[in-house]
Each structure stands twice: as C-alpha cells, then as structure tokens.
Ligand binder design. Sequence first.
Ligand code: MN
Length: 284
Amino acid sequence: MKHYTMSVTENELEKLNKVYQYHQVEDKNPYLLFHAKHNDIDILGYKTGKVLLQGAEITHELVAIKTHLNKEDYAAIGSDEVGTGDVFGPIVVCSAFVNKSEIPFLEELNVRDSKNMSDQQIIDIAQIIAKKLVHSLLILPPSKYNKLVKDGYNLNKIKALLHNQAIIKTSSKLKENVPVILDQFCTPQLYYNYLKDETLVFRDIEFHTKAESVHLSVAAASIIARYAFLVKMKQYSQKLGMNLPKGAGKEVDEAVKNIFDKKGVKNLNLVTKMNFKNVTKQDL
Ligand code: MN
C-alpha cells in the first residue's frame, strides 16, 4: 500500500471535488471535503488543503490529478535546513537536485516535509533518496556555531552563508540551469545583504514560504538534512554517554545542567548551541 500527500489550494481542492464527483464514497470524517475511489485508489480531499492518495500504485492517478490542476513537473534544486530549533546538535543544510524523471520515484516514497515525518520514517527513506539525488550537505557543528555567534553572526546570517555554499556546490555539479527554491527564512533583501561580503553569491533564487509543497526537491533536501542531524545527535549522545533530547523544552534544560555538571563547559560547548535561553537562563 502506497500513500502520497499533496498540498493544494482551496480552488484546486474544489476542482478535484468536481473531477471525482461520480466516484465519491461515503465517509463521515468531518475534515474531508470528499472521499473518492478511482481505479482502486482512495483519494481523500481534506478541507485543510491536503489531498491524500492511497493504493497499490498511485503514480498514474497522481499524473492525472496534476494534469487536471495544470501542474507540470519540472526539475529544480531545493534547499532546506534543520537543527535551528534544537539546542543540541548541529545546523544542517542540504541542497538537493531533483530531475523531472525522479519525481515519480519521490512521490512513491511519499516524500514530504521532514517536519511531518517521524524519525523512523526519515531513517527508512533518507539513504535511498541521498543515493539517488545529486545533493550537497553541510553540517555546522555546535562548536563552530558558537564561535560564529561570538563573532557577531546571527542565526539568519549563518543560514544564508550555509545555503549559499550548498546551492553553489549542487548547481556546479549540474550541466543544466534549473530553478533554485529556498524555504524562506528571511526576506530576499536581507538574505543577499547577509552575503554581501562573499566572493561567490548564487543570485537566482526563488524564495517560498512552505517551499516543501512548491517542489519535492525542498522536501527531499529536508529529509536528507534531518537524517544527517539524527545521525550526529546519536554520535554526540554516544560520546557523552547520555541521551540528548531534541527541541528546546524542559528536558533540554535538565540535560544542559547535567552535561555541565558531569562533563564540564568544554564538552557542553561541543554539543550545544550556547546562545539558546535553555543555556543562558541557567546559573552555570
Ligand atoms: Mn525549512
């Protein structure tokens, strides 16, 4: 059984509701606009703007849906980052190239924003994706991050520098020019301002909020980046002999204190982004 989730606008959802009007089945789920069955595939249109496909083979139906919505597949580089909301662990940026012919492959794997996937789901597919796609991965360890912060860099500048590098690396591996899509974290103006001292700046970027639903390359990049982040977190945890929690919650406060007490500030600095409140608010 395969699953695939796509994001659609309100108009597109209405359009699909009409397309499938003679194939609808009863479903009492209040979040659904429609539930249709077509060619042994379940098509569920959610009022929240998601369409879920379920069936043994979903590619054909997906192609049909995209045709109905006038959505054409195209090649692109997508760039995304992870680890910026986590006190522990590195910041990871990935830029991934997805060819038009690789899109059905990613759809079959139900590639989507890594934020909506469990760690296990990411572990299951990240390596398959990474092997198939041309991509560049940059990992900024906490010790380097802390040094940059000390030197006056803010988080968005750090992100801009990493994305710029990763995008240049990926695009230099390609023979063709393709659109470059960045999951927007600041205005384009600010982005290029952060890069004003760089010798090489990749200028032709499309900035999108929720970019992972604009092109699968962004979602694929986010999955590869998340996987690298998880691997690093595991390594750091093993080295310390204690489990590093993700995020920036209460659990993290306790872990920060614990590492400081048992391993000292030097070791804390190796695994922790020291400018987070979880660290600075504590009496260490
Ligand atoms: Mn993002």
